[in-house]
Ligand binder design. Structure first.
Ligand SMILES: Cc1cc2nc3c(=O)[nH]c(=O)nc-3n(C[C@H](O)[C@H](O)[C@H](O)COP(=O)(O)O)c2cc1C
Length: 294
């Protein structure tokens, strides 16, 4: 309970979150970048950047480009790999996030890799569960995203389910033809929650050349333009699954934006791009929510 404000705490995936605000995956790293900039323990929780089996250097710079509607990024899932994350990064974070919950974002380049990462982190001290980033190219099927294929989604979630009893949230792309149908596939395979949405594929060209503004060429669109897309996805998943736990992400910049997601039934709300631009924003939004401000 906050002093002088309303109690925003809630139970989600069997855990107590002191408020609904999460830092979205990839935009807070493993928390170290935010030390001294924001109080991690004020958050409802933090979702780590994607963790893969092997370390990944990521894509060529530049990795982000701004435009009027938001941002384009292609970080390439850079991360230290599951072993270092387990031995160094998570213990550091868990020692600082005593009230904030930690969710680990997991990625794989084969179905088995997802399961292996989950198994190696299963029961790691201080973590509340996993978020499966299904927007990853399936290297054994010509690079189509796993999350676009219901058989792959079923296999990834079921494989991870078999390797942990901890909560699993399946994170879906906003460009699926039927997002709630994919949420049902994930649920039936053992997912406890759905995170919507990830970024939308996009391309911006550098001026006067045919090259992309990002080192990788194309990337993922995030930021304000995603707000109505994410709210609709969250609403439809809640409706069609009959009230499955949903983490709403996309385009949040204010307490009013957070309320959009909460009003359609999301239990938690992630902030990504806006917190990258202004790391103090999540705390301000929490304060505004407590005070009932916009
Ligand atoms: C720089 C950057 C890195 C990201 N990395 C990840 C990631 O590792 N795993 C993941 O599931 N989503 C990742 N995302 C997607 C965000 O978690 C979020 O779903 C998306 O950006 C929409 O939220 P926003 O509009 O608040 O940024 C990343 C986004 C950005 C901008």
């Amino acid at each position: 309970m906050s002093v002088g404000g309303s109690d925003l705490s809630r139970t989600f995936l069997g855990r107590r979150f002191q408020n609904p605000i999460l830092l979205a995956s990839g935009t807070a790293g493993f928390g170290r970048e935010l030390e001294g900039v924001m109080d991690l323990d004020r958050l409802g929780g933090l979702v780590t950047k994607a963790v893969s089996l092997a370390p990944r250097a990521g894509n060529r710079a530049p990795r982000v480009a701004e435009f009027r509607g938001g941002m384009l990024n292609s970080v390439g899932l850079a991360n230290p790999g599951v072993e270092r994350v387990r031995a160094e990064f998570l213990p550091w974070l868990a020692a600082r996030a005593l009230r904030a919950q930690l969710l680990v974002n997991v990625v794989g380049f084969t179905v088995e890799e997802y399961g292996e990462v989950v198994a190696r982190l299963d029961g790691a001290p201080g973590i509340a569960g996993f978020e499966l980033n299904l927007s990853c190219p399936n290297t054994s099927a010509g690079g189509i995203e796993f999350g676009a294929d219901s058989a792959c989604v079923q296999r990834i979630v079921a494989t991870c389910r078999a390797r942990t009893r901890m909560p699993l949230s399946a994170k879906l792309s906003p460009v699926l033809p039927d997002i709630p149908a994919m949420a049902l596939v994930a649920r039936d395979a053992g997912a406890d929650a759905i995170t919507v949405v990830n970024t939308i594929p996009g391309l911006l060209l550098a001026e006067d050349t045919a090259a992309g503004r990002l080192g990788n060429g194309n990337g993922g669109v995030s930021g304000p333009a995603l707000l109505p897309i994410g709210v609709l996805a969250a609403a439809r998943v809640v409706e069609r699954t009959g009230g499955m736990p949903v983490i709403g992400v996309g385009g949040v910049r204010s307490a009013a934006d957070v309320r959009q997601y909460l009003r359609v039934g999301a239990g938690l709300v992630g902030i990504g791009t806006a917190a990258l631009a202004d790391p103090r924003l999540p705390e301000r939004i929490i304060r505004d929510l407590e005070r009932g401000n916009g």
